[in-house]
Design a protein around this ligand. Structure first.
Ligand SMILES: [Zn+2]
Ligand SMILES: [Zn+2]
Length: 290
């Protein structure tokens, strides 16, 4: 399994001299799938991914969306394959009550926000709304999804193929006492704690013995804001240790974090991991092979 990183930044894209090396585009990953391609999230990184796919003549694309926060869908209207007749793009996300995946993406590019409406795109679009825990097959890749603790309705994914596994856990606050997310709230503190436990168990299921886990590490401990729904590197390390992850990728970097600060952060947590776990900081252009 080949995994390419096209966008690694959280919240909003940045273009500044201090972060050119790790990159400033918002989340998008590509997983090879033979003649087809699997993409995860449609942040601004998907623009360059789309150009590369169009150049390679890929006509079958599967796009997994973790959630609809802007940094995960804002690149979608600029995704070149959507503007190519004869291309099929199948888009997957957890089902959310009260709205559809199609409506969310159509709203983002309706007049006056964008000149081309979703209905006018020449590519063939298909929307797949997943039930939590549902497993889908994309060629010989199996995709698992679970809900994560993050505002709105957010899913994580696990991809498996030929005995190799990869977990994508962005965005999520893993080890918190604060339950986040639409439709989960309840007046009972005991019930909220129970739901948090279930969400963490879901994240652990996705990461269980994964060869590679890509995990939200937006915050440093000193910046941590409990209501935002993001983790710190120590949270990701704890999850990786608890679930037997092989390689951990720090991901969804805070937009103002400079290359130098990310280097320092990585060095610090590599010392903490003590060689038991291979630790990498996601960067645009990084490609990993499992
Ligand atoms: Zn995000
Ligand atoms: Zn988010």
């Amino acid at each position: 399994m080949q995994i390419a990183f096209w966008g690694v930044r959280g919240s909003f894209p940045v273009c500044q001299a201090q972060s050119l090396r790790y990159g400033g585009n918002t989340p998008c990953l590509e997983v090879d799938a033979g003649e087809a391609a699997i993409l995860i999230d449609a942040g601004t990184g998907i623009r360059a991914a789309g150009r590369a796919l169009a150049k390679r003549g890929v006509r079958e694309i599967h796009l997994l969306l973790s959630h609809a926060h802007w940094d995960h869908i804002q690149g979608f209207p600029y995704f070149a394959p959507l503007h190519q007749p004869g291309t099929s793009v199948r888009i997957y996300s957890l089902r959310r009550p009260g709205t559809s995946l199609r409506a969310i993406l159509a709203d983002q590019q309706r007049n006056p926000f964008f000149p081309v409406a979703l209905e006018e795109l020449p590519a063939q679009l298909e929307f797949v709304e997943l039930e939590e825990g549902q497993v889908v097959a994309i060629g010989d890749t199996r995709v698992y999804s679970r809900r994560l603790n993050h505002p709105s309705l957010t899913g994580g994914f696990r991809l498996e193929r030929q005995g190799r596994s990869f977990a994508y856990l962005s965005d999520v606050d893993l080890y918190t006492k604060l339950l986040l997310g639409a439709g989960l709230q309840t007046p009972s503190a005991a019930e909220r704690q129970q739901r948090l436990k279930e969400l963490l168990a879901g994240a652990c299921d996705l990461a269980h013995c994964a060869d590679l886990a890509v995990c939200d590490t937006f915050f440093r401990p000193e910046d941590y804001e409990p209501s935002w729904g993001h983790s710190r590197p120590e949270d990701a390390l704890r999850l990786a240790r608890d679930t037997g992850v092989g390689q951990l990728v720090l991901f969804h970097h805070e937009p103002h974090r400079s290359d130098g600060e990310l280097d320092e952060l990585l060095a610090h947590y590599r010392r903490q991991a003590g060689g038991a776990l291979e630790l990498i900081a996601a960067a645009e252009g990084l490609a990993l092979s499992l």
